[in-house]
Design a protein around this ligand. Structure first.
Ligand SMILES: C[S@@+](CC[C@H](N)C(=O)[O-])C[C@H]1O[C@@H](n2cnc3c(N)ncnc32)[C@H](O)[C@@H]1O
Length: 242
């Protein structure tokens, strides 16, 4: 009976309301869902980082829905891994390619002294995230618009535009694969700023480009890694030095 009622209200919603009103209601619903679930994450972060827990994955799925950028967002398993690593991190976090991963990590670290720096090469995305971070009052996280620059063999975020911090965790989900060299530039440009034993979470390792980047990094630096995930895969890398 309940599912019939649901089908009828879905039909009425799609067929009777003008499309701009439908978009407004969907946007309002998404924003409420995002707020509700990010607040749950803030209250008890440790309840949502178990990589095997269905409840934790369900929460991340609601957060992805609420963010409203599903084709470009991390999946729930990568989000869980980011949240767990951020909660465990004992010093500052660097993120390459901002979005829902940034918001989740800011939520789980907001009461700690950990600072999160997110690099974003597209100004509109940096502005959107900055305004959401401000709405939530997350002062431990900064999203910086940093254009990509050419480092001869690859493009990467322009290192002159951000500070020389030291990091124990890097969430590597950008720049996009369509840029020259994709995410390869992280280690050539940043390895001196990564602590020995630091974690790098490299997303999209089901793709040939990220597999090649892992092979290149492995031949140029000391690192161990484990591939996780289901359809979408990520590498959990321990950086051991040059
Ligand atoms: C894979 S996305 C990063 C996603 C982020 N880690 C998350 O989980 O939300 C990498 C880059 O793609 C760009 N991007 C994000 N959403 C996009 C969209 N809908 N269309 C085009 N580019 C997008 C942004 O510049 C972002 O830094």
């Amino acid at each position: 009976m309940r599912s019939i009622m649901k089908l009828i209200s879905k039909w009425l919603f799609s067929n009777l309301l003008p499309s701009n009103l439908q978009d407004y209601i969907r946007g309002y619903h998404r924003s409420a869902v995002l707020k509700f679930h990010i607040k749950r994450l803030i209250q008890t972060p440790e309840n949502y980082i178990n990589l095997e827990s269905d409840a934790s994955r369900a929460l991340m799925d609601r957060i992805i829905y609420g963010w409203g950028n599903p084709d470009w967002s991390a999946d729930s398993r990568y989000l869980q891994a980011c949240a767990a690593a951020a909660l465990k991190s004992n010093s500052n976090i660097l993120e390459c390619g901002s979005g829902i991963t940034t918001l989740v990590m800011a939520a789980v670290t907001q009461s700690s002294s950990i600072q999160l720096l997110a690099l974003e090469h597209v100004s509109q995305w940096a502005e959107r995230l900055d305004s959401v971070l401000r709405d939530f009052g997350f002062t431990n996280c900064k999203v910086l618009h940093v254009p990509l620059t050419n480092y001869q063999k690859f493009d990467w975020y322009d290192k002159r535009k951000f500070d020389n911090g030291s990091y124990s965790l890097v969430v590597c989900d950008g720049p996009p694969g369509s840029t020259k060299g994709g995410r390869y530039g992280l280690l050539p440009i940043m390895h001196k700023q990564l602590q020995k034993g630091s974690t790098i979470l490299l997303d999209d390792c089901q793709r040939a480009d990220e597999t090649k980047i892992l092979e290149q990094w492995s031949s140029e630096y000391q690192l161990d890694y484990k591939i996780s995930g289901t359809d979408k895969k990520y590498a959990d890398i321990t950086f051991l030095g040059q």
